[in-house]
Design a protein around this ligand. Structure first.
Ligand code: ITT
Ligand code: NA
Length: 215
């Protein structure tokens, strides 16, 4: 049984569509989000911590909203900014910008305590390198955080979707969905299947599901 590690039930609703019925359950575990400038290192360390906690295969999901005109802010700080400023304030700030383009990114980190044949040197590289290897929409291995006696390999899958910040519309989804518009609709105006078909999480999950099925 795979554990989808998140405190956010909205993520699990989306993830369930990609995995066989009964093959995944939610693990409500708040792993440490390290201070880092990329989602890859956060997901990689989170996956190791969650694996040690669960002693079972885990998938952690770290996501963020990156506003072009704010040099990618809030990015890895998206959760903190949603809780403090709130999404209406984020929209107000973006409304003053010339460039309201934005993107959602999602990095999934998988750890089951074993190495991966597809990753030639999963334990030799730093998280920063692994995040770079994951690329804008590629996948990579999570490398090592350099502090473990026996580093646990993590496999990363990334998804990305471009859009722009608009005034809130719609009541579906969660988080920043009402202010993120893609192809004329906000994510909060889409149902789960439609959001999944284009979203950062949907893209990352599709890559993961394909790899997981024939690993
Ligand atoms: P976990 O870390 O426990 O999974 P979280 O909601 O804090 O839950 P993230 O750190 O990945 O998850 O999310 C960062 C922020 O981005 C947070 O405010 C989310 O609500 C928001 N977010 C993530 N995915 C989103 C999506 O698909 N649509 C809208 N907002 C999203
Ligand atoms: Na989080």
């Amino acid at each position: 049984m795979l554990r989808y590690v998140t405190t956010n039930p909205g993520k699990v609703r989306e993830a369930e569509r990609y995995l066989p019925d009964g093959s995944v359950e939610r693990l409500d575990f708040d792993y440490t989000e390290i201070q880092a400038d990329g989602l890859g290192p956060i997901a990689a360390r989170g996956a190791r911590e969650a694996y040690r906690h669960a002693d079972a295969p885990v998938l952690v999901d770290d996501a963020g909203l990156f506003v072009e005109g704010l040099d990618g802010f809030p990015g890895p700080y998206s959760s903190y900014v949603e809780d403090t400023l709130g999404i209406e304030r984020v929209h107000e700030i973006a409304a003053d910008l010339d460039d309201r383009r934005a993107a959602f990114r999602c990095v999934l980190g998988y750890c089951d305590g074993e190495g991966f044949a597809a990753s030639p040197d999963p334990v030799d590289r730093g998280d920063r390198d692994a995040a770079a290897a994951a690329g804008p929409d590629g996948e990579g291995d999570g490398g090592s955080d350099g502090t473990d006696a026996e580093p646990l390999p993590v496999k990363l899958f990334e998804g990305y979707v471009p859009g722009r910040i608009v005034a809130p519309r719609g009541d579906g989804g969660f988080g920043y969905d009402p202010i993120f518009e893609h192809d004329g609709e906000t994510f909060a105006e889409m149902d789960t299947d439609r959001k999944n078909a284009v979203s950062h999480r949907g893209r990352a999950l599709a890559k993961f599901a394909e790899w997981y099925a024939d690993r």
